[in-house]
Design a protein around this ligand. Structure first.
Ligand SMILES: [Cu+2]
Length: 212
């Protein structure tokens, strides 16, 4: 078989990134690339393809926090990224939506796994819970996954200890500002950049005039 006949697969995501790179100089796209890259990099990129606004929810003041299993379209954890301090209990609560789910620490030596408690590996009943308390020895960022929906990016991260937070924080129970869409953020950044550029031009003009 001729290797040349099998070009390397280009994922949609990579293609998009390449497009953004080619359009460098277009400010709005540059801002979008910045946002995407922050999400790509945080927590070793674990949530890069997940449904996630890029913020980590700050529940550091809470002793007990709920994470919804089967949020949104039924295939999400909410919040996807959650920051707590040691001693906090997380209650994973099933909505019953999106099919049968589980909550499994996605590392080699896993410390939490709903399959240990639930008969049958995955559950689709509303109101089912799985509870785990994170202690001092668990400080770090813990990726976890719903194993049947791994390919659909049903993933989350529990961050224990402030030093391990890798994104902007957002208040517990808060929505991002007015549910501001990423597009709006990019547009805002573009407007800001244009103002900055105009400002520089105006400044140069003024200085130029002053020197003449
Ligand atoms: Cu699932």
């Amino acid at each position: 078989m001729d290797e040349n006949e099998s070009p390397p697969a280009v994922t949609r995501r990579r293609a998009l990134k390449a497009g953004v790179g080619a359009a460098a100089g277009a400010t709005a796209l540059g801002a979008t690339a910045g946002t995407a890259s922050a999400q790509d990099d945080a927590y070793e990129g674990y949530l890069a393809d997940a449904e996630w606004d890029g913020n980590t929810v700050d529940a550091s003041e809470e002793d007990e926090v709920e994470v919804t299993v089967g949020a949104g379209d039924g295939l999400q954890f909410d919040p996807p990224a959650l920051y707590v301090e040691p001693g906090t209990t997380i209650d994973f609560v099933w909505t019953g939506d999106g099919g049968a789910h589980n909550v499994v620490h996605d590392v080699d030596d896993l410390i939490f796994d709903s399959r240990e408690e639930h008969e049958g590996d995955q559950i689709d009943e509303e109101g089912v819970t799985y509870t785990f308390t994170f202690e001092e020895e668990h400080e770090g960022a813990h990726p976890y996954v719903c194993t049947p929906h791994r390919s659909l990016q049903m993933k989350g991260v529990i961050v224990v200890g402030e030093d391990n937070v890798e994104t902007d924080l957002i208040g517990f129970g808060e929505e991002p500002d007015d549910g501001l869409a990423m597009g709006s953020v990019a547009a805002g950044a573009a407007v800001f950049s244009v103002i900055a550029l105009v400002g520089v031009a105006a400044y140069r003009e003024l200085v130029g005039e002053a020197l003449e």
